[in-house]
Design a protein around this ligand. Structure first.
Ligand SMILES: [Zn+2]
Ligand SMILES: [Zn+2]
Length: 865
């Protein structure tokens, strides 16, 4: 882009950003498949295409983009891919809403088409926001899980794990949402507190307490603790279930809490996880009383067809009528609910597909990763420690990857396609060969589909180049997985599990975990609270760079961030400040300097470069450790406090002059501007590009990350003294009511060692500055005394004026130490305690001066008359 003839006074972030975003080419962010540069592959989260790229996404992607841009500048072959995790319930529900249908009203394929259409529109919208945020995404590595190119790989991974015994099909109790009519995994169950009633009733002579009377029809046993004396006589007995009449055994189990209720509990299939454990341990019967839609089954007799809550009320009424309901008391409960619709989950036994979970292997792999921040590993350990069941991966839904399996209608044999034939839909496609067991050609396709996490948990295999066939992807493992802490137990867990199963290795080297964004009120953003901030709101007013600064500076990586408009405004102000710095510096650079020796010689220049060198080291270390807040803070402090407030003020005089002194300052400014742009490029790419383009050195994003080293410890120390004394004396001028450019007079700097500032301080202060080592020539003399009138007036009354005159008349050397008495009107009068204090002044060459202290440096000022 051509250089603007003159930089506008104000920085129009939105206009500049849109101009650059139209100019940048996608190709510049492409990963190169045949480069020998070190790889840096990012397993970017594939968001669910809701159509809204929300502010939590924005935070997550800012971190990724800071990192991608930083590594690219460091010379890495970076892949910042972008996927879309399309399948699943939320889109199905949205389509049902929009079309006014339910999934069963139209053919499966038609319903899928509607879901795909909606998803494609939503992806388009989210892409727009991502581009507006200036994320340097490698769009050549975009993947969409609902498209055949991707779900072919999901199916291939399923078949491989099936062949190798990691996947099996079994009748087993699973968590089930009866509203969504599908099994769900444990990771998708959310626990909520609620108050319910604990009902005590007579169970064939034994008192039982239950919170779920509707499960009475599903009762398969009564359990008591083996040491509970109260029930010793029931050993080997069976009891008759009230209202229903079937007989159930009494079992003894250590897990029964004798202190809860009456100490006897009923086991139902299934009230909770504990029921499942007891059901297995005691080999009990299965009585499914609730079906997949949440209605009572035929086992419930007269209650058949009722919903579970209706049945509960009916049974309680029947118990009351039968006189067996003894009492009720409130009970605080943690209830598992569906992540999607908040309906309390039921545990139903059904034929489902499962992935074997090996908690120890996952833990071992998780511990081999570098976790940023480190403590996030605890969340994984905590979750893995709670694993009891295998992962249920089958769903009874439609918009998902089909399970590529058929069953022979004649003999039940399972048939799978060859990988070359994938993807398939077994409800539409037919096997190529007859049943190997019986020769039949009549097949039934599996109608269950895969859990969406089965798609997204191979994202890392996909981005590292897996074709679905090779034993291991060519670029595996990826270097980093960035993601939110809310999906550690799902996406991170499942990815590790699947990578171990499919490749035998951990999926990445590092995992970078980001926090959540809270509303301005400190609460989780939600529609009901009305505290949602959409990225577009910020983009429209302040631009992407300001939002990106907010993301970087808001909190340490991994911490939750409370959104705050003030931070965005502050970010925008920083850009204004930077723009003013850049305009000033560029003006100087454009005026040109004669060619010649580049090495800066003036103290202020060397000081700035040494400070810049430290800043670069700090920023690099921060970026390497994903401490984006620390990196941006170092840049802000350098630009604002050191470069603008101190250095530029110090060298303005030289810049406005001529000759060699000017050259050093211009070159230093140019170096500072160049480095600042390069280090700011990952954070505020448009701003950095706009300023850097003025230097005519190509795109800032194609430059190398600065490895700038300028070591000059002496300049660092001495320059600091000069900068601070100028700052102190400018403050002094201000306090004295002087204009900052007014002549100050004679300034003597008494430093512990010789410092040569090349005249910068004098020019900056409009003063004659003398430098000297030590404080010779500076004296301190007693020039006056100051009376405490409260003391003097009280003790001497009308003699006070005469007393004061007498004190003043004493020789100065006498006044320096306390005096016992003075002569007042001929009488010896004692000097009251605290009556006066000596007043000293500093003098140079017999003339009074003001003294300003700057660390261990004394500065005297003799003001111009
Ligand atoms: Zn649900
Ligand atoms: Zn067969």
């Amino acid at each position: 882009m051509s250089i603007l003839p003159e930089l506008p006074k104000t920085y129009d972030a939105c206009a500049v950003e849109e101009r650059w975003q139209a100019h940048w080419r996608d190709e510049d962010h492409y990963f190169s498949r045949d480069s020998d540069r070190p790889r840096f592959i990012i397993d970017t989260p594939p968001p669910y295409p809701t159509g809204n790229f929300h502010i939590g996404n924005a935070l997550n992607w800012c971190y990724i983009d800071f990192l991608a841009r930083f590594r690219r500048m460091q010379g890495y072959n970076v892949m910042f891919p972008q996927g879309w995790d399309c399948h699943g319930l939320p889109t199905e529900v949205k389509v049902e809403e929009q079309q006014g249908i339910t999934k069963n009203d139209v053919p499966r394929e038609e319903f899928r088409r509607l879901c795909r259409e909606l998803t494609a529109q939503n992806i388009d919208q989210m892409r727009k926001t991502m581009r507006r945020m200036a994320f340097s995404i490698d769009w050549s590595n975009e993947y969409v899980t609902m498209l055949p190119a991707y779900y072919r790989k999901t199916q291939a991974s399923f078949l491989r794990m099936l062949r190798e015994g990691y996947i099996y099909r079994s009748e087993h109790p699973v968590n089930f949402c009866t509203r969504c009519e599908t099994a769900i995994a444990f990771a998708e169950v959310q626990y909520e507190g609620r108050t319910t009633k604990l009902n005590f009733f007579d169970f064939d002579g034994v008192e039982i307490a239950t919170s779920r009377p509707e499960l009475l029809a599903a009762c398969v046993a009564v359990a008591v603790h083996p040491d509970d004396e109260r029930y010793a006589s029931l050993e080997g007995a069976s009891l008759r279930v009230p209202l229903f009449g079937h007989e159930v055994p009494v079992v003894r189990d250590e897990a029964v809490d004798p202190a809860f209720g009456s100490g006897a509990v009923m086991i139902c299939t299934f009230g909770d996880k504990q029921d499942v454990v007891w059901w297995k341990t005691h080999n009990l019967a299965l009585r499914p009383a609730i079906d997949a839609t949440g209605h009572m089954t035929g086992l419930a007799g007269e209650y058949e067809g009722m919903t579970a809550p209706e049945c509960r009320e009916a049974i309680l009424a029947a118990m009351t009528e039968a006189g067996i309901l003894k009492r009720q008391q409130p009970l605080e409960q943690r209830v598992g609910t569906c992540w999607r619709c908040k309906t309390p989950i039921e545990i139903l036994s059904a034929r489902q597909w499962f992935v074997r979970v090996d908690p120890q292997a996952i833990l071992k792999a998780a511990r081999e990763l570098r976790w940023v921040p480190e403590h996030m590993l605890l969340r994984m350990e905590d979750w893995v420690g709670k694993m009891e069941w295998d992962w249920c991966i089958s769903r009874q839904r439609i918009f998902a990857t089909p399970i590529p399996v058929w069953f022979c209608r004649d003999c039940g044999e399972m048939m799978v396609p060859s990988v070359a034939d994938l993807p398939i839909d077994p409800t539409v496609d037919k096997p190529r060969t007859p049943c190997p067991a019986c020769g039949s050609t009549r097949f039934e396709g599996e109608t269950d589909v895969l859990d969406t996490w089965m798609d997204s948990s191979i994202s890392v295999l996909n981005v590292t180049g897996w074709d679905g066939v090779a034993p291991r992807p060519p670029f595996f493992p990826a270097q980093i997985r960035p993601q939110g802490h809310d999906i550690i137990r799902t996406w991170a867990f499942y990815t590790i599990l699947r990578s171990l199963a499919l490749t035998g290795e951990k999926p990445w080297e590092q995992i970078l975990v980001n926090g959540m964004v809270l509303g301005e009120d400190g609460f989780k953003m939600s529609k009901s609270r009305g505290n949602i901030i959409a990225p577009e709101e910020i983009l429209g007013q302040y631009g992407a760079d300001a939002l990106r600064q907010w993301a970087a500076a808001g909190a340490a990586t991994g911490s939750d961030i409370q959104f705050n408009w003030n931070d965005v405004v502050a970010a925008s102000r920083f850009q204004t400040k930077l723009w003013n710095i850049a305009r000033f510096a560029l003006l100087q650079v454009r005026k040109g300097v004669p060619a010649g020796d580049l090495a800066p010689t003036a103290l202020a220049d060397r000081w700035l470069l040494a400070t810049l060198s430290n800043c670069a080291a700090e920023v690099t270390a921060a970026m390497e450790n994903y401490q984006f807040d620390r990196g941006l803070k170092a840049l802000r402090e350098f630009a604002w406090e050191v470069l603008a407030d101190e250095y530029i003020e110090l060298v303005k005089g030289r810049l406005y002059g001529e000759g060699e002194a000017r050259v050093g300052a211009v070159r230093t400014l140019e170096t500072a501007l160049d480095l600042l742009c390069r280090m700011l490029a990952p954070f505020i790419p448009s701003f950095a590009e706009e300023v850097y383009s003025q230097l005519s050195r190509g795109s800032v994003h194609a430059q190398a990350w600065p490895e700038f080293v300028f070591e000059d410890g002496q300049a660092l120390e001495d320059g600091e003294i000069v900068a601070r004394l100028v700052a102190e004396l400018r403050r002094y001028k201000h306090e004295q009511g002087m204009a900052l450019n007014a002549p100050l007079g004679e300034v003597t700097v008494m430093a512990p060692r010789a410092i040569d500032d090349g005249g910068d301080a004098g020019r900056a202060l409009n003063a004659t500055v003398h430098w000297q080592v030590g404080t010779s020539g500076l004296t301190r003399e007693l020039v006056d005394v100051k009376f405490d009138m409260a003391v003097v007036g009280k003790t001497l009354r009308k003699d006070a004026p005469a007393f004061m005159a007498a004190v003043r008349a004493l020789p100065k050397e006498t006044l320096a130490t306390p005096v016992a008495s003075v002569t007042v009107n001929g009488a010896e009068v004692p000097v009251p305690e605290g009556a006066y204090a000596p007043v000293y002044a500093s003098l140079v060459g017999g003339e009074q001066v003001d003294v300003v202290t700057v660390g261990d440096v004394l500065v005297t000022v003799r003001r111009s008359p």
